[in-house]
Design a protein around this ligand. Structure first.
Ligand code: AMP
Ligand code: GLY
Length: 434
């Protein structure tokens, strides 16, 4: 079995590691990959995952049996459509189904049709329309760019003045390109990332995870792609998990099937657990980053088998997705300037020592003159595993403490809540580094 994974970040490294554990011992390729991924897979650094023709050609040339798509951009570019048309198996949704992530307005309309609980909203198509709506709405309110924005296109506005500024950012400055904007009711509660494997007909939930979106401790500062995660989330029992998935995943899978654009791949529901029940904040049509780094190390089922079955209509019907009882905590190390900018080329030390306590996942790294250097905003992910959240957290932070590069930043409160909820001591881990 020969598998090509598209992407080159922490999520793809975690996917490659999970595939490498399969009893089928697949031969793994990754495009473009990164120096960490290169340990388990043959990297194809020249192959652009968004160049559909080039991906189809590379898959043929390397006699690939299955292509697994990591990031959203190749999905929206139609890479799964191209591979399917060429008669190859690809794990991920078609371009039409990936609109659930590619367009917030599309997702909102789908949720309304499938009667899925979500925040009240309005689509704004011009600056004038935005200014009128802004003067009428209640605060706080949320404004979101319609298209893909790497987790940064959401502005939470506390008052009308902030919302006016946001309208200028979206419509005048066009920081997120020419886009429609969704104005959304502000929701309060705990966030939860709930992912499901989908085979076009059925959604099979994976273990729940919690993600940390803001750059600073205590959920302060701007939104990022994600600064840490943990799994499981003790507040969600396995019965509740099935109920939640029936509420937020299955109706979307049913809807997409009815529309003739069946959903295959991973459907990621970003939920807010409000006092009035769970509500969907967003859908992503791929694995979460860094949720995957905490979820997949706990997977006991064969991921190769699950991915293959998900490409076939109804293929997951008898599949069971088993997770270990272990906890996983993932701490992200980011480079100086992230999320506004990022810094590259800083030499990273301590990776071997870190591997003694945690899984070391490469997110934004490169090789230069025989050294591993930073190459992006989120640089490394360290996943500690243990029988309880405190142990997993200690191991992740121990590994984080062993790694060093100029300007490194991390949050020190990842999974603190999970430890406190478990009644254990969270004080020892995660003290800020110098
Ligand atoms: P999204 O890309 O839509 O998931 O938004 C990114 C983040 O912004 C979410 O994870 C939330 O933390 C926050 N957010 C988005 N929509 C809302 C909302 N309606 N109410 C409160 N916070 C929100
Ligand atoms: N961790 C958030 C995301 O993957 O979109």
């Amino acid at each position: 079995m020969r598998i090509l994974v598209l992407g080159g970040g922490g999520r793809e490294h975690a996917i490659v590691k999970a595939l490498a554990r399969s009893p089928q011992s697949p031969e793994l390729f990754c495009a473009p990959g990164n120096p960490g991924i290169a340990i388990d897979a043959t990297c194809l650094p020249e192959l652009d995952p968004c160049d559909v023709e080039a991906v189809v050609e590379a898959a043929r040339a390397h006699r690939i049996d299955l292509v697994v798509v990591g990031p959203e951009a190749p999905l929206v570019a139609g890479v799964v459509d191209g591979l399917t048309a060429a008669g190859m198996a690809a794990f991920g949704p078609s371009r039409s189904a990936a609109q659930l992530e590619g367009s917030k307005a599309f997702a909102k309309e789908a949720m309304a049709e499938a009667q899925i609980p979500t925040a009240g909203y309005k689509v704004l198509r011009s600056r004038d329309e935005a200014l009128e709506e802004i003067s009428r709405t209640t605060y706080p309110t949320v404004l979101k760019a319609d298209g893909l924005a790497a987790g940064k296109g959401v502005l939470i506005c506390l008052n009308e003045a902030e919302a006016r500024d946001a309208a200028e950012i979206f419509f005048t400055e066009q920081r997120f390109g020419r886009t429609e904007v969704v104005l959304e009711e502000f929701l309060e509660g705990e966030e939860l990332s709930l992912l499901a494997l989908c085979d076009g007909e059925r959604a099979v939930p994976l273990a729940p995870a919690q993600d940390y979106k803001r750059i600073g401790d205590g959920d302060t500062g701007p939104n990022t792609g994600g600064m840490g995660s943990y799994s499981p989330v003790a507040t969600v029992s396995s019965d509740e998990l099935a109920e939640l998935s029936a509420l937020v995943h299955q109706p979307i899978v049913d809807l997409m099937k009815r529309r003739g654009t069946p959903f295959h791949g991973v459907l990621y529901a970003g939920l807010m657990m409000t006092p009035n029940g769970p509500k969907v904040l967003e859908y992503n049509t791929r694995f979460g980053d860094p949720e995957t780094q905490a979820v997949l190390p706990r997977l006991e089922s064969d991921l190769v088998d699950l991915f293959m079955k998900a490409t076939v209509p109804g293929g997951l019907i008898d599949s069971e997705v088993r997770f270990s009882d272990r906890w996983a905590v993932t701490v992200v190390l980011a480079s100086a300037g992230y999320p506004a900018s990022s810094s590259s080329g800083d030499v990273i030390t301590g990776l071997e020592a870190a591997a003694g306590s945690a899984e070391v996942v490469h997110a934004g790294t490169a090789e230069a003159n025989g050294a591993i250097v930073t190459a992006g905003g989120r640089v490394l992910n360290l996943t500690g595993l243990g029988p309880d959240p405190a142990t997993a957290r200690d191991l992740a932070y121990k590994a984080a403490g062993a790694v060093d590069f100029d300007g490194s930043q991390m949050r020190t409160d990842i999974a603190e809540r999970a430890v406190l909820n478990a009644g254990l001591d969270a004080s020892s881990a995660g003290s800020p580094r110098q």
